[in-house]
Design a protein around this ligand. Structure first.
Ligand SMILES: [Zn+2]
Length: 286
């Protein structure tokens, strides 16, 4: 009996969750930022991502368990233009006063959001600016610099390692830009039709024009749908891009009306460099 009791305690002890060492924990809002942090910090920091794969950063509500991890973090590297970041900022101020909140969009010229003020219609100030800055390599270089600075403040003992990794990452971002430039050089029709307007910063950097099916962040009205169909006919567009998180019903309906096809892209994936090139290949092939 004693033996079993002993075994019981051994098992009980082994099953106790180890207290996670969170001394090197940083939080980010979206997965591509985890990629940026890891290019600079390698495994010197642990990264907590607020918006899980498959969720939209525009309407995601952070879980209480995630609030705990956020609270334990040394810093929260924000995209800087997302609604959920604004909504949480006030809650956090009451919990962890030491959490350093870093706006990674600082230094980037923001693009106005698609939501317009309507008279007599109360509009929340959310996403007055388009938040998709992580999809243009030129802007990601600025995000990377802000990330580097924040990491050096949080973990000064690793500064020189961060600096070296950062320099190499910037060189890779430059080569991603160069490859995209080259792949898009021959494109004559520089209009891209997309369900959710995620490529505004990408379009700005690579001299493309983005046409969105979503309207004011909502599903398109029949009137807007018709306008887009007419525009697509006029511009000879036969491809509509959609992110995998979104319901493809409207995109499919549109594709039938323009005799085209729906192409899925994944701009919220962790593997940022791979996705930038994948998106580019799909645009170049349209
Ligand atoms: Zn988006």
């Amino acid at each position: 009996m004693k033996k079993y009791l002993y075994l019981f305690f051994v098992i009980l002890f082994a099953c106790q969750p180890k207290t996670k060492d969170t001394s090197n924990l940083v939080s980010v809002s979206i997965l591509p930022q985890k990629y940026f942090v890891e290019q600079i910090a390698g495994n010197l920091v642990q990264v907590n991502v607020l918006v899980p794969p498959g969720s939209s950063p525009h309407n995601y509500e952070v879980l209480p368990s995630q609030m705990k991890d956020l609270d334990k973090s040394k810093a929260w590297l924000q995209v800087g233009l997302l609604t959920l970041e604004d909504a949480l900022k006030d809650k956090l101020a009451n919990i962890n006063k030491d959490l350093s909140i870093v706006n990674c969009s600082e230094g980037i010229t923001p693009i106005a959001g698609t939501e317009h003020e309507e008279e007599g219609h109360e509009h929340s100030a959310n996403e007055a600016f388009d938040p998709h800055i992580w999809l243009a390599p030129a802007d990601v270089k600025i995000m990377a610099k802000n990330t580097l600075n924040a990491l050096k403040v949080g973990f000064p003992q690793h500064s020189s390692a961060f600096d070296g990794n950062y320099t190499r990452f910037i060189a890779r971002i430059d080569s991603v830009s160069a490859v995209i430039d080259q792949k898009l050089a021959q494109m004559k029709n520089r209009n891209i039709l997309i369900f959710h307007p995620a490529l505004a910063y990408y379009a700005r950097q690579f001299n493309l024009s983005q046409i969105a099916l979503e309207f004011d962040g909502k599903e398109p009205s029949p009137k807007h749908m018709k306008e887009i169909v007419d525009l697509a006919h006029a511009q000879n567009i036969h491809v509509i891009f959609i992110q995998k998180e979104f319901d493809p019903a409207f995109a499919q309906q549109l594709s039938r009306e323009i005799d085209g096809k729906v192409v899925i892209i994944d701009p919220l994936d962790y593997s940022w460099e791979k996705q930038m090139l994948d998106i580019t290949d799909k645009i170049a092939a349209q």
